[in-house]
Design a protein around this ligand. Structure first.
Ligand code: NAD
Length: 453
């Protein structure tokens, strides 16, 4: 497998794809390590995990620069993302003893009833490239702390990053606790068909549905964090100061490649022109360029394939009558997978930019007059991950939040993403809830032990 720098097209290196025999060995190693790892006291597992966190802290600059080089996240954002990973990992380690502790549910003179949190066993963890370290920590961090052993298949877009993590960050765990295999979709599929106890997946809805079917045949858990098409609703009473920056940040961070990015903007008619004008001005002030440059705001898309997907969605919108406010494809002498940050209006619900997940820097904007119209448009999607509402009125916010078919909603900000809150969606956005007590719950099973007295 070749690793390509999406900013320049340069080949960064090569990684050998794992064979089916190596996949079997990885699963066997995880199985062999499971008993010792799961029998350890939580405090012992935390001690290993803390060393992993120390490695992240010590390698922060290297992690950020590899992220920028291999998948195109602008360097300044990649540095912030590593800090976020450290916060999440520390939170998991902090809450693990309490969340994983045995719970005495009832006691009488004959019996004492205790509910224990057993790990699920050997978990396959299949993840994408868009936040290459965070995807590992979010998907596997709590699973490992809970006593599971894992086989991780990172994305084929970020194999060098994964090799770095394997050699320099997670090498502190006992052998077999974390195992890595390398390859694309076929390797993920083979892995999911192995002798495993659960699948933890982050990625597209199409792949998630296929893996969920594989898991169902074996009746093992499937934990899926899938795609999203989060709506942002700007209400009539929104205070536009601050809102424009938040919309920009939510949509265009990581070059528009975040699962819960604000992918459709729904603005009250009275504010529509102001929002479009202000966003246009802001977007046009941003610097597009090589992701490894610390002054870059918008870098390239991860791959030629993702660029082509975005181009198809863009062409479809323009063909069906969308109006280009700013941005569009880069047509002259393009090197790297760049697409300008783009704003489209005159959107109709049959356009791909409305119906599909847009994983790149295109923001479609529509207007509404009544609250019911805003709710209907927000819910007019197969996805149900996050949503953002801009209003100065708490009652408005709560009423709208209740009617949105998503599992996370923020008011005037992007505040719901925190290590204490469950992160995950409904509908075609999956069934997972990562972080805090919620994340531990999904990677453990509750066993009742009723002791005789
Ligand atoms: P993808 O589904 O193509 O790939 C994700 C992973 O699955 C990769 O490791 C890939 O090699 C593997 N894979 C592909 N086909 C497979 C198969 N048939 N069997 C097993 N494994 C297979 O997704 P992508 O395009 O790389 O990632 C972007 C998607 O991920 C977006 O839809 C985004 O919204 C989603 N995502 C969701 C979250 C979340 O928390 N909900 C977070 C990050 C990304």
């Amino acid at each position: 497998m070749q690793s390509i720098n999406p900013s320049t097209g340069e080949v960064l290196g090569e990684v050998v794809e794992s064979t089916q025999e190596q996949l079997r060995m990885a699963i066997d190693n995880a199985r062999n390590a499971f008993n010792i790892w799961s029998d350890m006291a939580v405090s012992e597992r935390i001690a290993y995990f803390d060393k992993f966190i120390e490695n992240i802290v010590a390698n922060k600059d290297k992690i950020a620069s590899l992220t920028s080089q291999e998948m195109g996240m602008p360097l300044a954002q990649a540095l912030v993302d590593v800090d976020g990973c450290i916060d999440y990992a520390r939170h998991y380690a902090r809450v693990a003893p309490k969340v994983l502790a045995d719970v005495v549910t009832a006691e009488d003179d004959k019996s004492r009833h205790v509910v224990v949190s057993d790990p699920l066993g050997v978990l396959v963890v299949i993840i994408p490239w868009n936040f290459p370290l965070a995807n590992i920590i979010w998907a596997a961090g709590e699973a490992i702390l809970a006593g599971n052993t894992v086989v991780i298949k990172h994305s084929e877009q970020t194999p060098l990053f994964c090799e770095f993590v394997e050699s320099n960050l997670t090498n502190v765990f006992p052998p077999g606790v974390i195992n890595y295999v390398y390859g694309a979709g076929q390797v993920g599929q083979w892995l999911s068909e192995g002798d495993i106890d659960g699948i933890v997946f982050t990625g597209s809805t199409a792949t998630g549905l296929s893996l969920a079917a594989t898991a169902a045949k074996k009746f093992i858990p499937f934990i899926g964090e899938l795609g999203g098409s989060a709506p942002g609703i700007v209400c009539e009473d929104a205070d536009l100061e601050g809102v424009i920056d938040t919309i920009y940040f939510s949509k265009f961070i990581n070059n528009g490649q975040a699962c819960d990015a604000m992918k459709r903007l729904i603005v009250h008619k009275s504010l529509f022109d102001d929002v479009v004008d202000d966003l246009k001005e802001l977007v046009e002030s941003k610097k597009i360029g090589d992701a490894t440059d610390k002054n870059t705001d918008i870098g390239p898309l991860v791959s030629e394939k993702q660029l082509q997907r975005l181009q198809i969605q863009y062409d479809d919108a323009i063909k069906k009558g969308a109006k280009l406010i700013t941005g569009g494809p880069i047509t002259d002498g393009r090197v790297g997978n760049y697409f300008k940050p783009t704003i489209l209006t005159d959107i109709t619900s049959d356009m791909l930019v409305w119906k599909e997940e847009v994983f790149g820097p295109i923001l479609p904007i529509v207007s509404f007059e009544t609250e019911q119209q805003a709710i209907d448009m927000a819910n007019d999607t197969a996805f149900g991950l996050g949503a953002y509402i801009f209003t100065e009125n708490a009652d408005n916010f709560r009423r709208l939040a209740r009617h949105l078919e998503t599992d996370m909603v923020s008011q005037n900000n992007i505040s719901y993403v925190r290590p204490e809150n469950p992160f995950g969606g409904r509908k075609m956005s999956g069934n997972a809830k990562e972080h805090g007590i919620y994340g531990f719950t999904q990677v453990t099973r509750k066993k009742v032990i009723s002791e005789a007295k």
